[in-house]
Design a protein around this ligand. Structure first.
Ligand SMILES: [Zn+2]
Ligand SMILES: [Zn+2]
Length: 262
């Protein structure tokens, strides 16, 4: 029973980490489509440190470079260049390869210099994630605690790999870019699976564009806004028509053939 609970705890934490990634690292920092209350920012910084061990400056730089070179030479993690399974399995390797490039950080994240809190603590990502492990072990015992931690790590990494790999390979396209929309993936990645929409309009704080698409992070963002803890800075519902679908509803099959559905 303890191990079942441990897996559930790991799954819940991986969802919290994914929510923080899409709201804070992606929509707030990378694309500046939302502004957060300073207290929420501090919470997000510590939660990012403890649940993902990611350096926001590195994540933002790699992600912005991905937008700049989507699926052409220079893209840090393109399944079309590196191969689908290479990204699905080795996403962390491709991420680290780019994150270790000082030129990339300087060029793409100069607006996010390390501050004193980063220097003293948050740059030590392994420490944050280890602290989460210690807390889980103290609360659940050594075996279940480590299982919860491993579940968090594996599921979080797989979801991120799926966005970069499957989200540029399978699914339907509403807009003319190399990314794809996967509604099911969007449900378990707080909207990130609507990746074709995102590449069409990176500045939109909401990733769902058309009827039937669900961005589960959006109600959370709206709630934060109602509580005066966040402010959406870009248009969300209007604006998609400016990027009017230039291609009809298409679906990319696993074999790579594109079929027109409507
Ligand atoms: Zn992408
Ligand atoms: Zn983006």
């Amino acid at each position: 029973m303890g191990y079942v609970v441990a897996v559930v705890v790991g799954l819940v934490l991986s969802q919290v980490a994914t929510l923080i990634t899409t709201v804070y690292l992606h929509r707030v920092l990378s694309h500046k489509s939302i502004r957060l209350h300073p207290a929420v920012t501090v919470f997000m910084r510590f939660a990012t440190w403890m649940l993902t061990s990611i350096s926001p400056r590195e994540w933002v730089a790699v992600h912005r470079k991905h937008h700049n070179f989507s699926d052409v030479e220079g893209d840090p993690h393109s399944p079309h260049i590196e191969g689908y399974w290479q990204i699905m399995i080795g996403n962390v390797y491709y991420y680290r390869r780019e994150a270790n490039n000082d030129n990339t950080l300087e060029k793409y994240a100069s607006d996010l210099p390390f501050d004193r809190l980063d220097t003293l603590l948050l740059r030590r990502g392994t420490l944050g994630f280890s602290l989460t492990g210690v807390i889980l072990v103290l609360l659940m015992g050594i075996g279940p605690g480590l299982v919860a931690l491993a579940t968090l790590a594996v599921v979080y990494l797989l979801l991120n790999a799926a966005i970069n790999g499957a989200g540029h390979t399978f699914g339907y396209k509403s807009f003319e870019n190399d990314a794809t929309n996967l509604k099911l993936l969007a449900l378990i990645t707080f909207g990130e699976g609507l990746h074709n929409n995102h590449h069409a309009r990176p500045a939109s704080a909401k990733l769902a564009a058309f009827k039937g698409e669900i961005d589960p992070a959006w109600p959370v963002i709206r709630l934060l806004e109602k509580l005066k803890l966040a402010e959406v800075l870009t248009k969300v519902d209007e604006g998609w028509e400016d990027h009017r679908r230039r291609i009809p509803h298409t679906r990319v099959s696993p074999l790579g053939a594109t079929t027109v559905k409507e």
